[in-house]
Design a protein around this ligand. Structure first.
Ligand SMILES: Nc1ncnc2c1ncn2[C@@H]1O[C@H](COP(=O)(O)OP(=O)(O)O)[C@@H](O)[C@H]1O
Ligand SMILES: [Mg+2]
Length: 391
């Protein structure tokens, strides 16, 4: 079961919000409503977040990210649509149950990881648990663990001002992650940090996440950050989710010009993988190895290739092998069979611009696809299913 699901969520601020939703469902756009003094902050958002996933919501300021996040933990009531937490309808909870969920299960991480100056590092790291009423011995033990994971073992008794700025931020992150809550909502948590500390915090989050396996909804306006952190990314524009997919999906097949324009500044070499850029194996057959012998079979290609890599390898790791040989890098499956090749020219080409996938995605059985589409349209949960399928 998905940990968190949004089903056709709308949030409209202003007069007669219900009527505004009906207009939006009838095809009105956000600007028409704005003329009446009504703001459609979130329009028809559907997605699901799987346990242990980092789900990133990316978009410019004003695109509706914070409003969406606040609906997920019931801080804001949706104008229309539902939020499900472990299958339970958050939108239908009593105020008391809702407070309980917010206190123990879905925790909002503050934007600033500021520490209390008169508490030790350990007390700071344990603060979130203290607020939740966890007994001292237990919270200190867990704070110890979190600090150790954050690379701060040995600093427990220090005062915050004895730590560098970056270390203080990491204590703050350890505090945020060392809570009982399984689901963390992080709203632009790293946006105010300077770039080096920010990068360190991203690494730290990924590192802590390996052990803690929280379910995280992370909001950012920075696509590079989104791509580093997100297992799945929703790109928002003017209240709508305009694309939902992995970093690679967004880079390789942007849904529209708008998304494509965002991806221009992204460091493709770290996001794209060998599997996304590879050409079909047969394109290497008939070429020559570095000694001038013809490559006749997949085995020849495997033998002559300067490196054999898995489909998940980021292409940044292919530059060195490609520079030492004229033979393409071989992409292999788990059994070591050749599934694709990455020639040097292709590597250079993909750094430049969005591209069509080199190996077209397999076309699903046409009839089955039609039947599924009809089901999805009837249930109105198309996006939800798409994400689940991809996760
Ligand atoms: N409480 C509110 N009342 C009226 N308008 C709001 C309120 N909260 C947000 N908005 C509007 O909703 C839109 C989306 O805002 P927000 O969710 O904060 O976007 P983001 O977090 O992506 O910057 C903006 O136009 C904003 O002005
Ligand atoms: Mg915001």
């Amino acid at each position: 079961m998905s940990r968190l699901q949004a089903e056709n969520l709308y949030k409209v601020f202003g007069r007669r919000p219900g009527e505004a939703v009906r207009k939006l469902q009838g095809g009105a756009d956000r600007e028409e409503l704005r003329a009446d003094g009504t703001t459609a902050a979130v329009i028809d958002a559907s997605f699901s977040v799987e346990p242990g996933q980092i789900f990133v919501v990316m978009g410019l300021s004003g695109s509706g990210k914070s409003t969406l996040l606040r609906m997920l933990n019931g801080l804001l009531e949706p104008t229309s649509g539902r939020v499900l937490f472990d299958g339970q309808d958050v939108t239908a909870l009593s105020p008391k149950d809702l407070r309980d969920v917010r206190a123990k299960k879905i925790s909002m991480v503050f934007q600033h990881f500021a520490l209390f100056p008169h508490r030790s590092v350990l007390e700071n790291a344990a603060y979130g648990l203290e607020v939740q009423g966890v007994p001292r011995a237990e919270r200190e033990e867990r704070a110890h663990e979190a600090l150790e994971m954050a690379g701060l073992k040995g600093w427990e008794k220090s005062w915050p001002d004895e730590l560098s700025g970056g270390m203080q931020q990491r204590v703050g992150l350890a505090r945020a992650l060392a809570t009982d809550a399984d689901v963390l909502l992080m709203d632009e948590s790293f946006s105010a940090l300077d770039p080096l500390i920010r990068r360190d915090m991203q690494d730290q989050l990924l590192e802590l996440q390996k052990t803690l396996k929280k379910t995280i909804v992370f909001i950012t306006h920075d696509l590079n950050e989104a791509m580093r952190l997100g297992d799945s990314i929703a790109v928002m524009r003017d209240g709508r989710i305009v694309q939902l997919g992995t970093a690679e999906d967004i880079l390789v097949t942007p849904a529209n010009e708008y998304v494509a324009s965002f991806t221009q500044d992204v460091d493709r070499s770290r996001v794209l993988t060998a599997g996304a850029v590879m050409a079909e194996p047969h394109t290497a057959i008939g070429g020559l190895d570095d000694a001038g012998r013809e490559l006749r079979t997949p085995e020849d290609v495997l033998d002559a290739a300067p490196a054999k890599v898995g489909a998940d390898t980021p292409i940044i790791e292919l530059f060195t092998p490609c520079s030492t040989s004229g033979v393409p890098v071989a992409v292999t499956d788990a059994k070591g069979s050749l599934i694709g090749v990455v020639p040097r020219a292709r590597l250079l080409a993909v750094l430049g611009e969005p591209m069509e996938p080199a190996v077209p995605a397999p076309v699903p059985d046409a009839q089955a696809a039609t039947a599924n589409d009809a089901d999805q349209a009837n249930e109105g949960t198309e996006n939800v299913k798409k994400v689940s399928a991809g996760a």
